[in-house]
Design a protein around this ligand. Structure first.
Ligand code: NDP
Length: 329
């Protein structure tokens, strides 16, 4: 009958969608070192899916400084070799674990796939055609964003948003962002201004990035090459340091009762560390969908999957504006 025919067709389509190879070609390393020496594209098994996980066909990934800090052994690690790097991805759910109920096969998702990039890094990251991730760390991809735009976001925008929330950013507050043009800084500006409604946002950056930083929502841009912000009269409720210059300078321009958060310090008093959270991404999704917050991909920052070495070389200059993404995968 037509009904059983339709049912059979539907089953066939859903099985086709779930067809996953046993092996895939992933970027990985067996020892710490420079990308050119240790990072290789090799065939390995597609990760197994634990009950609380889904398997994602990665369509795009992003790289972050923590990827090279981990690869060079700079940050403390508890992950065995080989390591497939990459924390950020956007892609399509192709398999669902027995206890994972949040998504179905075919859903388009994005997220940071490790609970914490340093304390709890996954062995099998996102620079691979497939990656397994707990469904609680993933959110539905904002519909108006491409896979590469979505992949550029999670780690950086979570770091920005969670740090601002921790610092008590809300309407009326004034914020100084040290390093406004980086992967994290571009989102600190946007989230402070457009989501948490800060009254005034100042960012440091190079002079040629001034117009760009203002387009994100910065009210003032200080060229850190020529101006020492501590010599200006302004005082801030929140200093968000993405550069890791240490608290000495920042504290000089903090209002009484203000807060300094730093993401690139080892000093536990000021350190803020990102945590995977689908709730935060879901809170941000409407702002991403309506364009209030934009995914910022460096104009030279899109690399093919075969160009991961060049992508790291570029990110490791420390000069990228916004994010470096790998697509398509
Ligand atoms: P990026 O590589 O994207 O930062 C590059 C940007 O930093 C460039 O646009 C550059 O602009 C700007 N920059 C560099 N030096 C200065 C300076 N002295 N003053 C102002 N701007 C400067 O890095 P991310 O934003 O992704 O990360 C920043 C740091 O935070 C890294 O050390 C990273 O490891 C850390 N981090 C920590 C996290 C945590 O959970 N603790 C999470 C995420 C990141 P220009 O070209 O104008 O110099």
């Amino acid at each position: 009958s037509t009904t059983s025919g339709e049912k059979g067709l539907r089953e066939l389509i859903s099985k086709a969608a779930m067809a996953v190879p046993a092996v895939h070609e992933a970027w990985l390393y067996y020892e710490y070192g420079p990308a050119k020496e240790v990072l290789k594209l090799e065939e390995i098994a597609v990760p197994e899916v634990k009950p609380d996980q889904v398997l994602v066909k990665v369509k795009a990934a992003a790289i972050n400084p923590v990827d090279y800090k981990r690869r060079t052994g700079y940050v403390t690690l508890n992950s065995p070799f080989p390591i497939v790097p990459g924390y950020d991805c956007a892609g399509v759910v192709v398999k669902v674990g027995d206890a994972a109920s949040k998504f179905k096969v075919g859903d388009e998702v994005y997220g940071m796939t490790s609970e914490s990039p340093v304390a709890h890094p996954k062995q099998w990251g996102t620079l691979a055609p497939y990656t397994a991730c707990e469904d609680k760390f993933l959110a539905l991809k904002p519909k108006n964003l491409s896979f590469e735009e979505a992949a550029s976001l999670p780690l950086a925008i979570l770091t920005a948003t969670e740090g601002l929330q921790k610092a008590g950013c809300e309407a009326g507050k004034t914020v100084l962002v040290l390093g406004g043009a980086g992967g994290v800084g571009t989102h600190v500006i946007q989230v402070a201004k457009h989501v948490l409604k800060a009254a005034h946002v100042t960012a440091t950056g190079s002079a040629h990035k001034t117009d760009f930083l203002k387009s994100l929502g910065a009210d003032e841009v200080i060229d850190y090459h020529t101006v020492d912000y501590t010599e200006k009269p302004e005082r801030y409720d929140i200093i968000y340091d993405t550069v890791g210059e240490g608290p000495t300078k920042g504290l000089k321009v903090m209002k009484d009762g203000g807060v300094l958060v730093s993401i690139a310090t080892r000093d536990p008093t000021y350190r803020h560390v990102v945590a995977a959270s689908s709730e935060v991404l879901e809170m941000l999704n409407p702002y991403l969908d309506n364009g209030a917050i934009k995914a910022i991909i460096d104009p030279k920052g899109k690399f093919k999957f075969s160009e991961v070495l060049q992508a790291f070389e570029y990110l490791e200059t420390g000069r990228a504006t916004g994010k470096v993404v790998i697509a398509p995968i």
